[in-house]
Design a protein around this ligand. Structure first.
Ligand code: SAM
Length: 274
């Protein structure tokens, strides 16, 4: 997969995407990231990329011409073919007004051959870019950033770690928060320690077994796989109920999960408010 990032601050990306799994995915040849300097597509002495908004108002707006020219220079497939799904490419405008980014959106993007991310700045981007150049607008959350660069880095990292082979251990991706595993039915099977299935991840512990008087939960030290599975699943259910109850509606819950949830809804979790 190739990710192209269009920005007025290309140096921003020296670093954030050069670590961990994103770096490994590039080294393994699974992914390639190319950063394009928007100012390289201007034609004036000052390399102007912004202008005042028509109708008045605050701030400056990114001009459409450099963005259109930049995309045209990249050999991306025609918008009509992208939108019809005839090519596995997508052009994304980062925008606080976009559809909310999620693990599901990341998984969809990870299936594509090429994803172009257009980073806005200032008060935003001339709307003709959203209407006629990009295929979709994506927001990484309900808050306003100063530019699309951090959002682009978030999206690249989230999708690249889902590329087959990038993680090294594919099973770990299936058990992470927000992941809906297609093998939901094996939820309570011996091959599944917990399986996220739309819940938040269960808590993790490592050595030392006791640290400043804080002991690792006994169930995890038991060596009993069924006890460990049950403990993890229950903690994931509790955490999801406490922090993100909205996720429970879409989660794949077994009979056992539902009974456990009903129980903690009735009596609560010891010492904690739900
Ligand atoms: N005037 C815009 C609004 O109120 O929606 C905010 C513009 S923001 C200061 C400048 C740029 O940052 C945007 O064009 C977009 O590319 C990026 N940006 C800001 N918040 C974002 C978010 N939550 N997700 C993705 N990109 C964001």
């Amino acid at each position: 997969m190739k990710a192209d990032i269009v920005t007025i601050f290309p140096d921003f990306f020296r670093g954030p995407l050069d670590y961990g799994i994103t770096r490994r995915a590039q080294e393994m040849g699974l992914a390639k990231i190319e950063v394009h300097d928007l100012r390289g597509f201007t034609h004036d002495r000052h390399r102007t990329v912004d202008d005042r908004p028509f109708g008045g108002g605050e701030g400056m707006v990114l001009k459409p011409e450099p963005l259109f020219e930049c995309l045209e220079s990249m050999g991306v497939a025609a918008r009509v073919d992208r939108l019809a799904g005839r090519v596995k490419q997508s052009v994304v405008l980062l925008s606080a007004q976009g559809q909310r980014f999620s693990q599901k959106v990341a998984a969809g993007l990870a299936l594509l051959d090429r994803v172009v991310l257009l980073c806005g700045r200032y008060e935003g981007v001339d709307e003709r870019v959203a209407d006629f150049l990009a295929d979709r607008e994506i927001s990484i959350g309900d808050y306003v950033l100063s530019g699309g660069e951090i959002a682009a880095a978030v999206i690249v990292e989230a999708m690249m770690r889902l590329l087959p082979g990038a993680l090294g251990n594919e099973a770990s991706a299936q058990q992470e928060s927000f992941t809906v595993d297609v093998k939901a039915k094996s939820l309570n099977g011996a091959d599944s320690t917990c399986g996220s299935n739309g819940l938040l991840d269960y808590p993790h512990y490592t050595r030392p077994a006791e640290f400043r008087g804080l002991a690792v939960p006994q169930a995890l030290m038991s060596g009993n796989h069924e006890e460990i599975r049950k403990w993890r699943r229950q903690r994931a259910l509790e955490k999801t109920l406490r922090n993100r109850p909205d996720l429970l509606k879409g989660a794949a819950l077994s009979e056992e999960d539902q009974q456990y949830l009903a129980g903690i809804r009735r009596v609560g979790i010891e010492g904690q408010e739900i």
